[in-house]
Structures are given as C-alpha cells and as structure tokens.
Design a protein. Structure first.
Ligand code: ZN
Length: 269
C-alpha cells in the first residue's frame, strides 16, 4: 500500500475520534497551516487552485476563525485562551501564484495570511528539490498585497540556505539582509521568521529575539497552545497528495495523535 494511502486511512480513523481526543487536552490548541505554491505545476508541495478553493470554503463553512499570525503569536505570548476553531494560514517561499491564485480566494473570505519570503528571489524564480521551477512574487505584487492589509510578510532568510550548519555570523547576515530588504519594500517592521526546510538550532532563538522578531516557525507538525516555545512553533504541511482527510485532520487533534508516536519513538510514516 502506498504511503499516502496508509496516511489517509490513519487520518480518516483519527478524524472520527478527534472530538473525543479533545477531552485529553486541557487547553485548546490551534493549527497553523503551511502552504507553498498554489498552482498546477505538479510539484509535491503544491496545492491546485481548485483544491485550495475547496479548503478555504471548508474553513468558512465550518466557522473556523482565520486569524493573522501576528494576532495568533500575540495571544500565545500573552497566554490568552484560544478557541479550538482558530487557524492561521502561512505560505513559504513567496511564489507568484500566491498572488494570482491564492489571494483572490483569501480576499473572497477575508482570510488573513502570512507569506514567508526568501528575499533574494523576489521577481525571479525558485527551483525546488524536484527541479520544478516556479516564479516568485515581484515587488509590485508584494506591495499590492501589503496595502490590502490582509497579507503580512515574514522573513524566510535571503538565499534560503540550510541553516543547521551555518555559523551564527552567517545566520545573522542571512536574516539581516532579508529583514532589511523586506522592511524597505513594505515599509513595515518584519517580526516573523520561518526556518527554510524547518532546519534550526536552539542558539538561533536568542539571535532572532535580539534582532526584533517575535516568533519563528518550524515544519514540525502538531497544534500550538499558550506556553509553547515561540521560536519553533509547529505548522502543518498541506500538499497535493495529502488529500482532504489529512487537511481536515490537520485542523484538529488528529494531527497531535498522528504525530505522537512519531515524536516519541521516531516511528515514521
Ligand atoms: Zn522554503
């Protein structure tokens, strides 16, 4: 059986019991979704515009409260109680289709979102690990989204390197370059950071704080709640082969239970 089929079956099973699972957790936890490209380019991390439209309609129909990441991280920091139906949307790398395909749908529902940009690629193209080349947002598109007040931009470094073997000095250089480029372009402070490929070291936390960031995001899956480490917040990867069972599961406690054995005994599916 294919890996995605096994995953789907597990998520279908967990989704059926996710209301019961809620009883095991004292404080409500919420999901931060991580998207990349919204298009028809066939890359593994891409979601088609049609499926993205279905997903946003699902959030709308099921009364999810979509909040901005700045709002959510503020609540986490202050230890404010969250509703189980809170969700935040993020997009990594800053693909141009976030403007052409995702943004019209976000505007339709008035859903805020955060795009994490690798600033060296603005107006150029990005080639992913499967050699798929995808256009990145240009300056005019970024400015237009910022001026709507619906989309906020965060740093995803300047050149999108793997960070775990970078010296502290090189890490600072990467982050500073991207923060300054973004702030120059959008005229607003850049306070959110996402680690490229989710790779980080704990010594980065103090550096980011010192540089004026308020939170940083990993790619480890699960839900977030007040008291979580603000410099490695979990996000849930939404991708083409994931399908609807996994999408629904990543909004609920299913994703916590699914990842529990994976986190405890490194069991990997
Ligand atoms: Zn990335």
């Amino acid at each position: 059986m294919k890996r995605e089929t096994i995953k789907k079956i597990i998520y279908l099973f967990l989704n059926a019991f996710s209301i019961a699972a809620r009883l095991f957790y004292r404080s409500p936890r919420v999901s931060i979704l991580m998207y990349h490209s919204i298009g028809d380019n066939g890359a593994f991390f891409t979601v088609t515009p049609k499926e993205f439209a279905w997903q946003m309609a699902y959030l709308n129909e099921h009364d999810f409260q979509v909040v901005s990441l700045a709002q959510l991280t503020g609540k986490l920091k202050r230890g404010e109680k969250l509703s189980d139906k809170t969700v935040a949307l993020t997009f990594d790398d800053g693909y141009a289709d976030n403007f052409t395909s995702a943004w019209p749908i976000l505007k339709k529902y008035n859903f805020p979102a955060t795009i994490f940009l690798a600033t060296d690629y603005i107006g150029r193209s990005f080639t992913n690990s499967e050699n798929v080349r995808i256009k990145v947002l240009d300056q005019a598109q970024i400015k237009e989204m910022v001026s709507s007040g619906l989309v906020e931009f965060g740093s995803h470094t300047h050149t999108h390197p793997r960070l775990e073997n970078l010296s502290a000095a090189d890490f600072i250089k990467e982050v500073r370059q991207s923060k300054e480029a973004l702030e120059d372009l959008i005229g607003q402070p850049c306070r959110l950071f996402a680690y490229p490929k989710g790779c980080f070291r704990n010594d980065f936390f103090a550096i980011l704080k010192e540089m004026g960031f308020t939170a940083a995001f990993s790619v480890k899956e699960g839900l977030v709640s007040p008291g979580d480490e603000l410099w490695a917040l979990k996000r849930n990867f939404i991708y083409r082969a994931g399908g609807r069972a996994q999408f629904k599961g990543k909004l609920t406690y299913s994703v916590v239970i699914y990842n529990w054995p994976k986190n405890k005994i490194q069991f990997y599916l």
